[in-house]
Design a protein around this ligand. Sequence first.
Ligand code: CMP
Length: 133
Amino acid sequence: AVQKTYSMIKPDGVRNGHIGEIVNRFERAGLVVERMELGMVTDEQAKANYAEHEGKPFYDGLISYITSGPVVKMVISGEGAVAKCRALMGATNPAEAAPGTIRGDFGLIMDENVIHGSDSPESAEREIGIFFA
Ligand code: CMP
């Protein structure tokens, strides 16, 4: 089915100059960029997006990191967009992400892993509501 997913190039991905390459990979995979905006994530958006991680040891660092510099917020659509995006992203930990994936090629550490992608169509709807209200 044609789906929408929320994807976000994180502050390290923007800072290290990977915006064009990441968008290029999505488009080459047949995905369509429906909305795209460069900007900061507010504290409120960060906390809403990462509510599931509240209380975990990495939570405070995660919130301050994701609000530390501009990100690229995107709505991506296409056939099986959620799974396609996640396959292009690779494993959460860049050290475990396969070469050829975005995190495998551009990620350095777990806490700054280049890109975010929704894990289900339901998460996508929620996250699009947070970042494109
Ligand atoms: P992501 O899955 O996009 O969103 C939560 C982020 O928290 C995750 O990427 C990692 O960058 C970071 N993180 C740090 N430590 C962990 C951990 N132990 N488990 C999951 N995510 C972690």
